[in-house]
Design a protein around this ligand. Structure first.
Ligand code: V47
Ligand code: SF4
Length: 389
């Protein structure tokens, strides 16, 4: 009997697409040219089936989520990315917020006794929130709750912090790691190609700097994620260039956990005239990323940005992780016009969302250790059960 991948190989009309399907079957890496071909010629059904084959080979039906909360120390930012709906320039900081260390610690304490495994801390780049400030924050969080995994600071925030403190990347990273920083989120990557970066975020850390910061973290044994802000003015070539640089660093260090494509949202920012990508294009991108990034263990859909239903759909296009049960403390997306104005989902809702897609919900910690398998253990309320049937 033919397997699904054999049927796909046999049915591909284009000989180059057929060759790509064969490579996927044989666990071979696709080239940049082949990736471009997928973007240009691969139908949603074709790339989706290939991505799903890879996803099921790597993870079966398992779909991860985690229980985390976000802290955004400030939305005051010295940079002025054109896609950002969130930051307030330092010159207009009366419109922004700045949390003190005690206020952030109070947020951490508000989760005492709750089964949360991670705090995700990112925000604008405030000129007065420096290394000493964040070292104290890390130390206090760890003193209060040593088992809480601290995933914090984009490479943009770190680059600014280290330069201000006149520290090398290696030294700065070591100081924060020693203070309690466990891993890095994937933000700030946007699109690496300089001609696009110049147009959308000219004044912040460039590709070389972003990659060097993640490499330094990996060399200390820390893990990190990588994002790509897509669906604006970039071309397919720029997406491939971005993913190629990530694939190369991953070959070197193996330190990336997850790739997270972030769909550009166009509300209330300096790029509001740029139309947003269609759902078909979103799904094609997820699928192609799954095929190209063969050395990334996980592919995540960030549901507050995509919306719940589209995030659910990505589970058939290579995605095996839908982030966390975040509460409504994150504003960067709701301010950019994302689907979710108050992004909060209970564990029960997340489990249902995954089960509706006929996948197996598994709660993980930041490093993908299994916390709990919900495939059969969670009794759903009658309403939820009815929605599943
Ligand atoms: O780098 C800002 C993006 C990122 C917009 O590592 C926008 O687990 C779309 O990286 N439209 C920060 N995106 C957030 C981030 C992240 C999120 C969730 C999980 C993880 C992780 C990381 O938000 C920025 C930028 O690419 N962003 N504005 C916008 N208008
Ligand atoms: Fe600042 Fe980040 Fe917004 Fe850029 S995306 S302006 S670095 S908060």
């Amino acid at each position: 009997m033919s397997s699904s991948i054999d049927i796909l190989i046999d049915s591909a009309a284009d000989k180059d697409l057929k060759a790509i399907a064969r490579k996927v079957k044989n666990n071979e890496r696709i080239t940049d040219d082949e990736c471009l071909l997928l973007f240009e010629k691969g139908s949603l059904a074709f790339v989706g089936a290939l991505a799903n084959y890879i996803r099921e080979k790597k993870h079966g039906d398992t779909t991860y989520f985690n229980r985390n909360f976000h802290i955004e120390p400030t939305n005051v930012c010295v940079f002025s990315c054109n896609f950002c709906s969130y930051s307030r320039l330092y010159a207009h900081k009366e419109e922004g917020w700045e949390l003190s260390i005690d206020q952030m610690l109070d947020i951490v304490k508000s989760y005492d006794g709750k089964p949360i495994t991670e705090v995700h801390i990112v925000g604008g780049v405030h000129p007065k929130m420096n290394m000493a400030y964040f070292i104290e924050l890390m130390q206090k969080i760890k003193a209060h709750r040593p088992g809480l995994h601290v995933k914090a600071f984009t490479a943009v925030e770190l680059d600014y912090m280290f330069r201000k403190a006149k520290l090398s990347i290696e030294e700065g990273m070591k100081q924060l790691h020693d203070a309690g920083l466990d891993s890095l989120p994937g933000g700030g990557a946007e699109i690496f190609a300089p001609e696009i970066r110049e147009e959308i975020c000219a004044d912040k850390v460039d590709a070389t700097g972003w990659l060097a910061i993640h490499e330094a973290a990996h060399n200390l044994g820390m893990h990190s994620n990588a994002t790509m802000l897509y669906g604006h003015i970039e071309k397919f070539e720029h997406r491939i260039d971005h993913m190629r640089r990530l694939r190369e660093l991953q070959d070197k260090t193996g330190g990336f956990n997850t790739f997270i494509p972030l769909k550009f949202r166009n509300q209330d920012n300096a790029m509001s005239h740029v139309p947003e990508s269609s759902v078909t294009e979103d799904m094609r991108l997820y699928a192609i990323a799954r095929i190209y990034l063969d050395n990334f263990p996980h592919l995540k859909a960030y549901w507050p940005m995509l919306g719940r239903q589209n995030a659910q759909l990505t589970l058939s296009f290579g995605v095996n992780d839908i982030d966390g049960t975040i509460d409504d403390s994150t504003k960067i997306y709701s301010m950019a016009g994302s689907e979710e104005q108050n992004p909060a989902m209970t564990t029960e809702e997340l489990v249902m969302l995954i089960k509706q897609a006929k996948r197996r919900p598994v709660e993980r910690d930041t490093l993908y250790n299994v916390v709990k398998d919900y495939s059969s253990s969670m009794p759903l309320s009658n309403d939820m059960q009815a929605a599943l049937n």
